[in-house]
Write a new protein. Structure first.
Length: 221
């Protein structure tokens, strides 16, 4: 597509729409654990990390493939299953926050910690070299002992932990903060004065504690 017809305004609109879907509708997130290059010491001879040290986890809004790929492997040692998770991230959101997921880093989703084995940008928007529509990371379950951490919810309905099931979801809608704290969310069309922030602020989606378990988002009575 020629640059004559696709301007910065169209690119901003595409970015804002994908952010809206990811942050205000889907509401899925991962906890990203980058390896600290400063704190992690490498072997003097083999130049490999004896023990990886991780920075504090970063919460990232994401599109997560809910159907993990499961490959059954049968060999001389028995039967094993290999899981793979695909996560799609909003590209401009990552650039604005200065986050660059790398191979060898980790993230948690549900009750599994995943090691990133693939991280790459996806398609260019209308062939523009400087604008990508997303990032794709692929993870496999981390080997036991590689990383030890306290899993953060939501995880699974079979668990008794308080955060095992997420009962509230707070939209971001371009606001610097919501009920969860600082969002770092930016909407280009709002910053450029094309649109205004919603007057009712970030909306809450939660379950009413009544016999019907209805959503508060739709103001159901």
């Amino acid at each position: 597509m020629a640059r004559l017809f696709i301007t910065q305004r169209e690119l901003d609109f595409i970015s804002d729409i994908t952010k809206e879907v990811c942050k205000d509708i889907v509401g899925s997130k991962i906890y990203y654990y980058p390896v600290s290059e400063i704190k992690t010491k490498t072997h003097e001879v083999y130049d490999e990390a004896v023990k990886k040290i991780f920075d504090n986890p970063i919460i990232i809004d994401a599109f997560v493939d809910s159907s993990y790929e499961k490959d059954t492997i049968i060999n001389s040692t028995g039967i094993d299953k290999s899981y793979k998770a695909e996560v799609f991230l909003q590209y401009r959101d990552m650039a604005e926050k200065g986050i660059t997921p790398c191979i060898g880093d980790f993230f948690s989703y549900s009750d599994i910690v995943w090691e990133i084995t693939e991280a790459r940008t996806m398609r260019n928007i209308y062939g523009f070299a400087e604008h990508a529509d997303g990032m794709r990371i692929v993870g496999y379950p981390a080997r036991q002992g590689t990383i030890d951490l306290l899993i953060k919810g939501p995880t699974d309905i079979t668990y008794a932990d308080a955060d095992a099931v997420q009962k509230q979801f707070y939209q971001q809608r371009g606001f610097a903060s919501n009920q969860d704290g600082t969002t770092g969310d930016k909407r280009a069309l709002v910053e450029k004065g094309v649109l205004e922030l919603p007057e009712d602020g970030p909306r809450e989606v939660s379950v009413r504690s009544d016999e019907h378990d209805r959503s508060t988002f739709y103001d159901e009575e």
